[in-house]
Design a protein around this ligand. Structure first.
Ligand SMILES: NC(=O)c1ccc[n+]([C@@H]2O[C@H](COP(=O)([O-])OP(=O)(O)OC[C@H]3O[C@@H](n4cnc5c(N)ncnc54)[C@H](OP(=O)(O)O)[C@@H]3O)[C@@H](O)[C@H]2O)c1
Length: 426
């Protein structure tokens, strides 16, 4: 790991008084926040997630959430704070070691909390997938986080924990088996079932809207090294799938994967932050497997056309308004509990070493990717940051899930969150 990761705390920095809570869930009443809280409530008995509290802008909604959690929620402390109220956010941060935020779209509501966490030395994680907002937060608040000792970890949901920790797991296995990392890794979505919530759709619409009016943002979005620290992005050309393509390694047609934009940037940032343990010329790409023969090819065409249609519809104000009003889920809504239970994901990874040896692994989840599984992943990430990664082990700054929490988070996800990491012998 890098020197930055383990840099000793600055002795001049004032120590924070002991916090009342290990975790505060901000946005506890959001669609995914409610799933997360019910998961944390079920985990508290085992005593492994620490003490926690719920926070949000509405006392009535927090009370209703608390009631819905039964005995586990009866004494759960509540903190009322609006995302735009810096003073309330400072009070909230003073009471906890880690804030988990689900208040999104993050590009609209997320910055004041990141700013307060970075200034106050409060650790933070969220489940944004909004790459443009992450880039903005890095630029504006990384210096303060380094100074205060706050560890800020974005992207702790389906984007991008399975990709980031999936690559870490594959590389750990490659080193163990071959004594060297894989310099090229492809992740392919073999299967997944799950829907989208109003919050996710709102975040996606917001990115498309921002990109539609800002040519510089469109150029940055195309840069695979956008989230890498300046000067660390290797000049290696990364593959970015834009349409249907045959994948000989997986013997199937592939289509672009909608989460690849954020996931690939996070994985490349992990490699850069850790001093390129995957190799300075590491290449990483993601795609969706759609099957063999004509049906596979047609499905790949259908996915590509669907993504293009969504982006076009979202970019134009009149069609965006129609989509928001009549087609897409509204705020606070999402897949039913039954759909979450029936959901799952199965991601395949193929790594290749510099001398041509290959390794196949897979990452699976036992609930729908964006909600049932994301709630559990985010809860374990927050608990891991609060309980497993001491301030002396990880310096302040903006980290990725793999560089901040790595192996302890892998262990937590496998033990508690229904996320599996395994080597496939073929
Ligand atoms: N990475 C992933 O895999 C993944 C998966 C799912 C979701 N997400 C992201 O997570 C976020 C939440 O999604 P969701 O579907 O749960 O959204 P949601 O149900 O629409 O919830 C949004 C939350 O933001 C809160 N909020 C809005 N304005 C606020 C303000 N001024 N002050 C305080 N709170 C405020 C809302 O409070 P009220 O409850 O009081 O209305 C609500 O709790 C979205 O950005 C989405 O893109 C990511």
């Amino acid at each position: 790991m890098t020197e930055r990761r383990t840099k000793q705390a600055d002795p001049k920095r004032r120590a924070r008084p002991a916090a009342e809570f290990d975790l505060v869930v901000f946005g506890a009443t959001s669609f995914v926040g409610r799933i997360l809280c019910s998961y944390l409530a079920s985990r508290t008995g085992a005593g492994r997630v620490g003490s926690w509290a719920i926070a949000g802008r509405s006392a009535d909604k927090l009370q209703a959430l608390r009631d819905s959690l039964g005995a586990a929620g009866a004494k759960l402390p509540m903190i009322v704070a609006d995302a735009s109220d810096a003073s309330a956010l400072r009070d909230l941060c003073a009471r906890t070691r880690v804030v988990i935020s689900t208040v999104g779209p993050y590009a609209l509501y997320g910055e004041p909390l990141v700013q307060v966490c970075a200034a106050s030395g409060t650790d933070y994680c969220d489940l944004t997938g909004e790459v443009q907002w992450v880039a903005r937060m890095l630029e504006r608040h990384e210096a303060a986080a380094r100074e205060s000792g706050a560890r800020i970890v974005h992207c702790c949901g389906f984007d991008s924990i399975p990709s980031d920790l999936g690559v870490l797991f594959l590389q750990q296995q490659a080193i163990e088996r071959f004594g060297q990392p894989c310099v090229q890794v492809g992740m392919r979505v073999k299967a997944m079932r799950g829907g989208a919530s109003g919050g996710t759709i709102a975040s996606m619409l917001n990115i498309v809207e921002e990109a539609a009016r800002d040519p510089a943002l469109r150029r940055s979005l195309a840069n695979p090294y956008w989230l890498c620290p300046p000067g660390t992005g290797a000049g290696v050309r990364q593959t970015s799938l834009k349409g249907p393509a045959w994948d000989a390694d997986f013997d199937a047609w592939t289509a672009p994967f909608v989460m690849a934009v954020i996931n690939t940037r996070v994985v490349l940032r992990s490699n850069a932050l850790a001093g390129h343990p995957y190799g300075a010329g590491f290449r990483y790409d993601e795609a969706l497997l759609t099957g063999r023969g004509l049906p596979g090819r047609l499905a790949a065409l259908g996915v590509t056309a669907g993504m293009g249609g969504f982006a076009l519809g979202a970019a134009l104000a009149p069609t965006r308004a129609v989509m928001q009003r009549f087609v897409l889920p509204g705020p606070g809504t999402g897949p039913s509990p039954q759909a979450q239970r029936k959901g799952f994901f199965d991601l395949r990874f193929l790594g290749r070493t510099a001398d041509g040896r290959t390794l196949r692994t897979r990452v699976t989840g036992d609930r729908d990717p964006g909600y049932g599984s994301t709630g559990k992943m985010l809860g374990e990430a927050g608990a891991c940051l609060a309980m497993d990664v001491g301030k002396a082990d990880l310096a302040g700054g903006f980290w990725t899930p793999a560089t901040a929490m790595g192996s302890p988070l892998l262990a937590r996800l496998q033990a508690h969150a229904g996320v599996g990491f395994e080597v496939l012998e073929r």
